[in-house]
Design a protein around this ligand. Sequence first.
Ligand SMILES: [Zn+2]
Length: 375
Amino acid sequence: MNHLCMNLRRCTLPGLLAWAGLLQVPPAWANESALANPMRRAAPAQAHPAAPASAAASAPAGAEPPPIINIRSAVAKQIREAIEQSNAANGKKKPPVAVAVGAKAAPASANGTAPASSVKGHAAPAEAKAKARVSSGHALAAAHEPHAAAHWSYEGETGPQAWGQLQPAFNLCAIGKRQSPIHIEESSTLLGPAEPLQISYLPSKGSVTNNGHTIQVDLQGENTLTVRGSTYKLVQFHFHHPAEERLNYKGFAMVAHLVHQNAQGQLAVLAVLFDPGEASAMIQKVWTHMPLDMGDRVNLPDGLIDLNETLPKDMRYYQFIGSLTTPPCTEGVLWLVLRQPMSLSREQLALFSRLFPNNARPTQPSFGRVVREAQ
Ligand SMILES: [Zn+2]
């Protein structure tokens, strides 16, 4: 439960609003971590005491059920109206195309991230060695199957600084030397040689869910990414606001993490950054079907999601080995961060930030990692 609202009798107004805003009971499963949690199969029967619980279940015995439903409904109604207004602004209901929505972008949001970590320039061990097996390979099943684990969040006592202590399985969050996200500073990256990403994305079907930490789209279909001699299949994508990555001291309003997995269970995450500006057609489609309640899942029309439309023209990227940015912070994840940001409208950003005011892990120390810039 949200730390602002640990006990319904002592609920603060912000806590109650956060609760009503669907932020109150982040489930134990994560975005990336649903794919690669070593504990997932270890002890399925051991539900953590902080496992997802309804407000009623965690309220003191005999307590009156709070009038949350009405508040939640009101928020849901406002969000629906915001989506409808946003769609109306785009002039149509079907695949909204990118439409300029007013004001030229103000400086990108850069709040919520920690001071930039220094990126040391000295050589590090070959990154290939760090690429470890990180998942059991049951990605699709895992992506749909919540598991019980310690409650974690992006603020307060269960925030990023505490993740490593919440349970032993989250150890790497505190002591890992290949943690993500990182601040990428161009002056200290190792240049090329270039290896273009081979991406094959097709219109796909899938479903969108609010897992309590982010909005996530689980995809079906043959969407693949080939790099470093391995082909990874796109499993899901999700969003962080503000973007977790920083490039040359610049923050971004949002990032989409496209999570791929190869036959060996290794993960490759393609990060697409967003600045405020014109509306994103892809985001509009996802927001239009956005679940309004935690755990809710909405099926998307067949072929609706075509991620080609969210890739920049300039496909140069930064490549490095990192980790999941959510507990258990498993390492050995291949990160591919596209340099050129895309854009989303202020309305699109406002809608997400209302649900998730800050779901970005602060940048982590580089520990001399090699960051390759593919040209
Ligand atoms: Zn992510």
